[in-house]
Design a protein around this ligand. Structure first.
Ligand code: HPA
Length: 263
């Protein structure tokens, strides 16, 4: 069960539709169990994990990110594509755009953010100069137009703790500090994936302009509606990308200082 591709579905992406020979697996990890689906797409084995649970029952600050990444690695997923709904701080990234983020700024507050707490591994500092896998980002960029999406090939993701939306003052500050889009889940997911030596890239879909930029108040329903409108395009993009993903990565995502042992 090696060389599987992992897909982490964010808001609005809860079911493993399009996968064949589907089975549900409850994976045991040192951090608790994680539920995922394994199936096939054009002869590729895919592990699908709905980040918020099957029915969006888990809020961003309660997601067991460590169990999820551990479980994907244990099931042989060495390359992961995730999806995320985001608010936009940048008029070049309007609602409906797919932003292929290339940097993040972490404004989370109370989430376990590492596999390297102490103990056998000692102190581990992991490089994050290029947080998202360049090979997967290239494939996503190449497939976005064919999937009918307006893609933007850069973007700094601000990760907030949530579950509340931001104040206009916070958004003004994030914008001044270089943020392009804002969401609540990419950190620590991207961090843990790199610590585990996995390739990881995210397709974000802009569902709204952020607070204070939008001229209406924000609601989760608005986010869900925009995701629902674009879900088929996102699915298309991910599936086409999965069928092109190389089993033999040339990137350096796996060259990391610590090694977590999942078996
Ligand atoms: N803020 C935070 N998370 C989000 C937003 C937002 O405006 N839209 C979708 N996810």
């Amino acid at each position: 069960m090696q060389n599987r591709t992992g897909v982490i579905g964010g808001t609005g992406v809860y079911d493993p539709k399009l996968l064949e020979d589907l089975k549900e697996v409850d994976v045991k990890t040192p951090y608790g169990n994680a539920l995922l689906y394994i199936g096939k797409y054009r002869e590729r084995e895919v592990c699908f994990l709905p980040r918020h649970g099957r029915k969006h029952g888990v809020p961003p600050h309660k997601i067991n990110y460590r169990a999820n990444i551990w479980a994907l690695k244990k099931q042989g997923a060495n390359r992961i594509i995730s999806t995320a709904a985001v608010g936009s701080l940048n008029e070049a990234m309007p609602p409906g755009a797919a932003v292929l983020i290339d940097q993040f700024i972490d404004f989370t507050r109370q989430r376990p953010l590492t596999f390297f707490e102490e103990g056998n591994e000692g102190v581990v500092h992991t490089d994050f100069t290029e947080p998202y896998c360049p090979e997967i980002r290239n494939l996503l960029r190449g497939n976005a137009v064919g999937a009918g999406l307006q893609a933007v090939d850069y973007g700094t993701y601000i990760c907030t703790e949530g579950p509340r939306f931001e104040t206009p003052a916070e958004i003004k500050m994030f914008k001044a500090w270089g943020g392009d889009v804002v969401g609540m889940t990419n950190v620590p997911e991207v961090v843990l994936a790199r610590e585990a030596g996995l390739c990881y890239a995210t397709v974000t879909l802009v569902t709204n302009y952020a607070a204070g930029i939008s001229n209406t108040v924000l609601s989760h329903d608005e986010v869900l509606e925009m995701m629902a409108e674009n879900i088929e395009k996102i699915r298309h993009l991910i599936m086409n990308t999965i069928s092109e993903i190389s089993q033999d990565p040339r990137c350096s995502c796996g060259d990391i200082p610590g090694k977590i042992q999942v078996d």
